[in-house]
Design a protein around this ligand. Structure first.
Ligand SMILES: C[S@@+](CC[C@H](N)C(=O)[O-])C[C@H]1O[C@@H](n2cnc3c(N)ncnc32)[C@H](O)[C@@H]1O
Length: 475
């Protein structure tokens, strides 16, 4: 079902790779000095020959911010240099119509995905249960669990219908235990919520589509939560016992053979924000074991064991696009959470890193970007000179920092930041499309092994930028 979309997206991304497959930190000037505007075919005349680099350079900070905040405006602005920009946005909307009231083409879009749903009102029991769980995580989990429960009703109805087809006599409700495997569970908050809601008697207040009424079968969940960190397993197990919920933690490595054996044909697997290879491993297992269903909200695409990305699906394996770990970080660059203070610290960090890069290039007379590792937390709240001392020492450079005019490098660093922000603006247009390319690869891999797959934005981006859910079940 997704192949035609993938093909179109793949060819757009391949032809525009010079605009997104870049590392802005590495350049001292804005790229794209030679990309001039296209001939205006309708008017049959040339637009003024302004290059993309010049146009970016001329953007005021206010204009920059406006374009950063509105991807539609950004696509229009970029059109003279990349005429397919609006098409990229249209493809996004067709695949993930997050806000149906403002999006065109929904007839077509709804065939592929469903929009974000409204959460049912939180009962007093749920409010008590939420204590100790960070606010955004709690909301993400509620949206995820809503998707899970609705899918289970649908899957349950499917299996009831097919069972009746064979027996014709089934008029007694059946008691059954459903195996749910929570992959890379952390403290298992999600599994615990699903078990708790089940104990409360399901969420009867949902608006259920008429064809998705629950069957008469009595269903209970047995949750198995796999997690690598022992301390999280222990904390999660304590909570499950406190609420007397059927949830067991397994302390193991998701890449171990034993972890694969946790899946059977009866398993429904869930994974909220399991990173790169971890959720790919789950896709491998559900496909091998022919599990019943799987719900994955992927994150951290770059956390993979190989040096470059190896696609999962046959179609993506044919693509000419080659992705490095660095490229896999592009979808994650959009930071919409964290608050003002964190945002300010991020700005200081980029400024100081670039000031250091200017300093080391000049002092060592070398024209190569010098990366720095993760900084000690307190360094950014101190003075710039301490940061530079740390950086020079960390890179083992022979530079007499005290003799330098550090203000000069701060100034140069600020110019670099301005340029980086402008190059990142162009890259910004491609973040979601590139993420969709990766999501479609996963969706097609699941389809290839017989799953029916749906894609959805399960919650608002303000709760988590990684809000795409892959929902797959055996039809
Ligand atoms: C981003 S957290 C998500 C946790 C939880 N699902 C949530 O949404 O809160 C990823 C979890 O995967 C676990 N993890 C990392 N590597 C793992 C491995 N090899 N096997 C099992 N779990 C692993 C981490 O310890 C962490 O708890």
């Amino acid at each position: 079902m997704f192949n035609a979309y993938f093909q179109q997206l793949d060819s757009l991304l391949f032809q525009s790779r010079h605009l997104w497959q870049i590392q802005p930190f590495h350049h001292q000037d804005i790229l794209w000095q030679n990309i001039s505007v296209q001939v205006d075919a309708k008017r049959g005349q040339l637009e003024p020959q302004i290059t993309l680099a010049q146009a970016l350079d001329q953007l005021s900070d206010k204009q920059l911010l406006e374009l950063q905040q509105d991807v539609h405006k950004l696509a229009n602005w970029l059109t003279p240099w990349f005429p397919e920009a609006p098409l990229l946005i249209t493809l996004n909307q067709q695949l993930l119509p997050s806000n149906p009231s403002t999006k065109p083409n929904l007839k077509q879009a709804n065939k592929l995905s469903t929009p974000i749903q409204t959460l049912p009102i939180e009962s007093a029991e749920l409010k008590r249960f939420a204590q100790g769980i960070p606010g955004r995580k709690w909301q993400q989990m509620r949206y995820f669990s809503l998707q899970f429960n609705q899918m289970m009703i649908h899957v349950d109805n499917l299996s009831t219908v097919s069972a009746q087809d064979f027996t014709k006599t089934q008029d007694q409700p059946v008691d059954k235990t459903t195996q749910v495997l929570e992959w890379c569970a952390g403290k298992g908050h999600l599994g615990r919520l699903i078990a708790f809601e089940q104990q409360l008697g399901g969420q009867e207040s949902w608006d259920k589509p008429s064809q998705d009424k629950p069957s008469e079968n009595k269903q209970s969940y047995q949750i198995t939560s796999l997690e690598w960190q022992q301390s999280l397993c222990e904390k999660g197990q304590q909570q499950a016992e406190k609420y007397q919920l059927p949830q067991n933690f397994i302390h193991d490595d998701a890449f171990s053979e034993a972890a694969g054996q946790l899946l059977t044909e009866d398993t429904h697997a869930i994974a909220l924000h399991a990173c790169g290879d971890l959720h790919c491993q789950l896709i491998y297992h559900v496909s091998q074991q022919k599990a019943k269903s799987v719900l994955i909200a992927p994150c951290c695409y770059h956390l993979i064991r190989s040096e470059r990305y190896y696609p999962l699906s046959k179609q993506a394996q044919q693509s000419d696009i080659q992705l490095s770990k660095q490229d896999l970080k592009i979808p994650l660059q959009e930071t919409v959470t964290g608050g003002q203070r964190i945002g300010n610290l991020r700005d200081i960090e980029l400024h100081w890193r670039m000031a250091f890069d200017e300093l080391q290039r000049e002092q060592q007379q070398c024209n190569q970007y010098q990366p720095l590792p993760t900084l000690p937390k307190n360094l950014l709240t101190g003075e710039f000179k301490y940061f530079i001392h740390w950086a020079v020492e960390n890179r083992q450079l022979n530079i007499a920092v005290d003799k330098l005019n550090l203000d000069l490098y701060l100034e140069k660093g600020q110019q670099r930041v301005q340029q980086i922000r402008r190059m990142e603006l162009v890259q910004h247009l491609f973040r979601r499309p590139l993420e969709l390319w990766l999501i479609l690869d996963r969706a097609m891999a699941l389809e290839e092994t017989g799953f029916h797959v749906e894609l959805t934005e399960f919650c608002q981006k303000s709760l988590t930028p990684r809000n795409i859910l892959i929902k797959a079940y055996r039809p």
